[in-house]
Structure formats: structure tokens, C-alpha cells
Ligand binder design. Structure first.
Ligand SMILES: [Zn+2]
Ligand SMILES: [Zn+2]
Length: 418
């Protein structure tokens, strides 16, 4: 399982980036304007390697030559050869070894013909995609956009999110949720020239094949045949509202016993009721405990905290369904109240994303430390992945699973066309 999915820590790190959706984009991304989409786009433009903001990438041709289309010229990359695309002040240039081969401001290539490689500060990532790849020189970095059919994106997401032995019905349920989600979110990055980004801000998207090398370790994965089949078998099916518009559907790793509404989880957005879930009880994330030094935690929230300060950090308010709404942070004579989504954002940035795994938790003092005991992993909205796997293993169908987590929605075919 681990070989085909992100490492546990990789998933924790990436899942922690959910806060990127908050709150500066939340009005655009969860607002009513997007709910009007009643048709499914034919293709999606996925911004890839968006967190890297690369200044250079490598392209490697496969067993046949790759034709790189530049403005007014074509550069042919021979089989198994690699070239380096570099950002410059005046556009992008293509290098082979030390030889400058071509210059332009944009190139496109059949994505299936090349492997793309990006090197970060501590990581080296290779990915392969279907469709068309466009590389454009922006002011400070290269922008990479892959255009591919919606169901190719659905299959890639299902493949990356579920274990290879996932029951078919759980895979179908997720395929329909992902299709609904991407259709609802189309155009979120329209101003930047693509539809969705590949981080958890929009949708974690790794393409058809990927290898990540980090700290001496290597993880990777490949598009599964099952994921392609469920994307094809459920083609066109989406979750819908009563007025036949596409339902704003989400999924998360484990709800820990209860899902909630987007407005609770994200601090803004739609009001959709959550459900009680007894199916994820066997998940390793159903309950969790973490411990942190209270001064360390206070400094993550208020940098000027002194070691002599008397510090209290408590849950101030909860929602009716038990999720933390805000926290009271008392340092000496000062007290601030921090919304929970802001708290998780600050703690994640400063102390890592493996400390506050969800928004349903209690805080207990223990000497100089604070103990956090919580339920679930992720934002708690929509489909509970671990719960849906358990339901499918118990013989429930994908329709049963979707009715369970989305009682306000129905499943039906959607008109195709942008
Ligand atoms: Zn995004
Ligand atoms: Zn659950």
C-alpha cells in the first residue's frame, strides 16, 4: 500500500495545507457563483508543481521523440534524451547539456511523451501526465499546466487517494465525489490561466505516474487500472442539488465519528449538514493524541511570548456538533481569542502539520505541556474515506455510501460541455 501512495508523513504534510484555501480564497471558491455550474467540462486545465514555483524543470522523452512546440519553431527531443527548461528574464530557454537549443516564452508538448522532473530544496519529483503540457515563463518562475479529460483527473485522484486493494464500490463513490468537486471548482484559478491547482488548496493531483525522492527515501505510484475503470464506469455521474446544479462535494481522510459543514470546517462557505459516522472506528486516525510544550505552542501564536509568562490555552467555543470554533489564549494579563481555522494554520506553519490533525479535539493541561486528544484526520467535510472503505467492505454499494455522507444530494448524470 505504502509504495503506491504518499508516505504517511507526506500525506500529513500535504493534508496540512488545507488552510491554503482559507480565508483569502474562500469567498471565491465556496461562494454561490460556482454553484451555478450545471455542466461538466470536457477537459480540465490543472496547474502542476504549483507549490514548487520552479525556475527550471527537466523533460525526458520516452521511447519515441517528443515534439516541443515553441513560438514559430519545433524542437525535437530524441528518445530517452533529457533537456532542461529554464526561466530567464526574457522568457524560457531549452538547454541540452551545456548547449542552448532554443528560446521562447512558451512551449507545449504532448504530456504523455515526456516525464517531467522538478527539484526542490529537499526533494526531487518526477511525474508523467496524459494530455497536453504547456510551460509558460511568468515573471519569476515557470508555470506548468496540463490539460486533460475530466475523467483522467478523476482516475488519477482515485488512484492516489485509495489503496490498491480498495473495494470497487468505495472507488466508485470517490470517483463521483471527485468529479462533482472538480466540476464545482472549475475556474478557481481562472485568473492564472488554469482551472485547479495540484495542491490540497484545490485537489492533490499527481498525474499518471510519480516518484518522489526525499531525505534518502523514495515513494511513488502509478495510475491503477481499477481507478481508470471506475472513472469510465461512472462517467458523467455527479452529486446534484434539488435544482440539478452540481453539489459542492468534498472528501477527507477520516471523520473520526462525525462530518460537518464547510462553513464550520473552513470558517466560511456553504451550510451543509454533517452526519454521524460509525464506519471509520477502525481507522488509525479515529482518535489521536498529541502533546506539546505550552510555551512552544504559545510562541507559535504570539512570537513575543516570554518564558516567565503565565500561559493558558483553552477551547473557548464549540459548534453545536462539537467542533472547536475558537480558542482563548491567555498570556499573562493579555487574552486573545483565535478562530480554530486560524489556530490550525498558525500551529501547522510553525510546529508542523502533525500536531492538530482535525478540528474535533480537547486540550488538557499536563505540567508544562498541553495534551490534545482528538477525532479524525482532515477537514471532516463530505465523504469519510476510511468510513467509505469500511462500508464497501461490508457490502454496501456506492449509492448507499453517497446517500450516507450526502443526504441532501442525489446522484445523476450531468450534461457535458463547458
Ligand atoms: Zn488551488
Ligand atoms: Zn467516518
Amino acid at each position: 500500500m505504502a509504495g503506491r501512495r504518499l508516505s504517511r508523513w507526506g500525506r500529513v504534510w500535504l493534508a496540512g495545507l488545507w488552510w491554503l484555501a482559507l480565508p483569502f480564497t474562500v469567498t471565491e471558491s465556496h461562494g454561490c457563483s460556482l454553484a451555478a455550474h450545471a455542466t461538466l467540462p470536457v477537459t480540465l486545465r490543472m496547474g502542476v508543481f504549483t507549490l514548487f514555483q520552479p525556475r527550471f524543470v527537466w523533460l525526458r522523452a520516452h521511447d519515441r521523440p517528443a515534439a516541443l512546440q515553441l513560438t514559430g519553431q519545433t524542437f525535437r527531443l530524441s528518445p530517452q534524451m533529457t533537456c532542461r527548461i529554464e526561466h530567464t528574464a526574457s522568457g524560457l530557454v531549452i538547454w541540452q547539456g551545456n548547449q542552448l537549443m532554443a528560446a521562447s516564452d512558451r512551449l507545449t508538448v504532448a504530456a504523455a511523451d515526456v516525464t517531467l522532473e522538478v527539484v526542490g530544496r529537499k526533494t526531487r519529483v518526477q511525474r508523467q501526465f496524459q494530455g497536453t503540457l504547456a510551460i509558460t515563463a511568468l515573471e519569476k518562475c515557470l508555470q506548468l499546466v496540463v490539460t486533460q479529460p475530466v475523467d483522467a483527473v478523476v482516475a488519477a485522484v482515485v488512484s492516489a487517494e485509495l489503496p490498491p486493494d480498495a473495494p470497487l464500490e468505495a472507488s466508485k463513490a470517490l470517483a463521483i465525489v471527485v468529479r462533482s468537486y472538480v466540476a464545482h471548482q472549475v475556474g478557481r484559478h481562472a485568473g492564472e490561466g488554469f482551472d485547479l491547482c495540484d495542491s490540497t488548496h484545490c485537489q492533490l493531483f499527481l498525474g499518471d505516474q510519480w516518484i518522489r525522492q526525499e531525505a534518502g527515501g523514495k515513494t511513488g505510484g502509478k495510475l491503477s487500472v481499477v481507478a481508470q475503470k471506475v472513472a469510465a464506469d461512472t462517467a458523467g455521474e455527479v452529486l446534484q442539488n434539488v435544482d440539478a446544479t452540481i453539489y459542492s462535494a468534498y472528501f477527507a481522510a477520516c471523520c473520526g465519528g462525525r462530518t460537518t459543514s464547510p462553513d464550520v470546517a473552513f470558517g466560511a462557505g456553504l451550510d451543509q449538514s454533517g452526519v454521524a459516522c460509525r464506519w471509520c472506528k477502525a481507522s488509525r486516525f479515529f482518535t489521536w493524541t498529541r502533546q506539546v510544550d505550552r510555551r512552544r505552542l504559545a510562541r507559535a501564536l504570539l512570537a513575543e511570548t516570554s518564558v516567565t509568562d503565565d500561559i493558558r490555552i483553552e477551547v473557548a467555543n464549540r459548534t453545536a456538533d462539537g467542533f472547536v470554533a475558537s480558542l482563548a489564549v491567555t498570556i499573562g494579563s493579555r487574552q486573545i481569542v483565535v478562530p480554530n481555522h486560524r489556530f490550525r494554520h498558525l500551529v501547522g506553519q510553525q510546529l508542523g502539520w502533525n500536531l492538530v490533525l482535525s478540528s474535533r479535539y480537547v486540550i488538557e493541561p499536563r505540567g508544562d505541556a498541553l495534551v490534545l486528544r482528538g477525532h479524525g484526520f482532515g477537514h471532516h467535510v463530505g465523504l469519510c474515506l476510511d468510513g467509505s472503505l469500511a462500508q464497501a467492505r461490508a457490502g454496501r454499494t456506492h449509492q448507499d455510501i453517497l446517500r450516507y455522507y450526502f443526504p441532501q444530494a442525489t446522484v445523476g448524470p450531468c450534461r457535458v460541455g463547458r
